[in-house]
Design a protein around this ligand. Sequence first.
Ligand code: AHG
Ligand code: MN
Ligand code: MN
Length: 320
Amino acid sequence: MQTFSQYLNESGIDADLSQLLLTLTDSAKSISNAVQHGALAGVLGETEQENVQGETQKKLDIITNDMLKGALNADSTVKGLASEEEDHVVSVHRDGKFLVCFDPLDGSSNIDINSLVGTIFSVLPAKNGELTEQSFLQSGRNQLAAGYVLYGPSTMLAITTGSGVNFFTLHPETGEFLLTHADVTIPADTKEFAINMSNQRFWQPAMQNYIADLIKGDTGPRAKNFNMRWIAAMVGDVHRVLSRGGIFTYPTDNKKPNKPFKLRLMYEANPMAFLVEQAQGVASTGYESIMDIEPQEIHQRVAVVLGSANEVNECLKYHA
Ligand code: AHG
Ligand code: MN
Ligand code: MN
């Protein structure tokens, strides 16, 4: 089986980008180790701190952020970074070629119940000159690479550099990511949906109507029965969608009037949208392609509907 570094060499990926991807995945190996040790390493539980989005930070949110930040600081290809756990963008190397946006620990509410968590990352090109927040505000179409590492029963890397999606599985003894699933594609049709149903009364009519029709099953307009899954870690839900199809959505809701969306564009929605489109799926807000959005700020939130192409397009008809 090909190791991740062999894969990078043999697929002719830019040497600097390869170096950065190895920095990110090496760091993910250390995170995987910390997550696996769990309570034994004293890394579970909350801190007293809040991030810029007003969420209480878990110890592991901070530990994983520091690990990635440390690794990226030591990589000369990196000009700057933006993280869910950093209030502002961070300058790294003046002459670096790349900007990295990341969610160091996605699904952090799962960590204390020993359930799925992951790391999500997105790589953008850097321009010459001084680094500002503005430097990061590029649409998802500019992404040079995106991926996630899922810390599950196995630790798995899903990655795209713009020519398809591959999965690598971390070998626990050798510490190598090995190519286990080449050219991943999402089946166009599905009978599986993922949404946090407890928010139902807060959704817009379009989503209310769409989900209501799924639930009517084979006696409703869709004429087939659907099953539901919700991992509460986007990384876990998207991994299932990439693995066997499905539709995943965190739609607009009016639960908190000043917070109509949950997921963050730059380090959750965009990288996942890149992976999904590269695996022949669709990733939308309900009204436009996620990767076409021109970002206004690094922590901006967005509605997300992604997955099996025919099913997402069906959902979009309710929004038209
Ligand atoms: P994070 O842990 O990085 O803040 O992200 C959690 C996100 C996402 O991964 C998941 O799909 C969603 O929050 C779950 O939200 P609910 O708790 O509302 O189900
Ligand atoms: Mn997240
Ligand atoms: Mn997070």
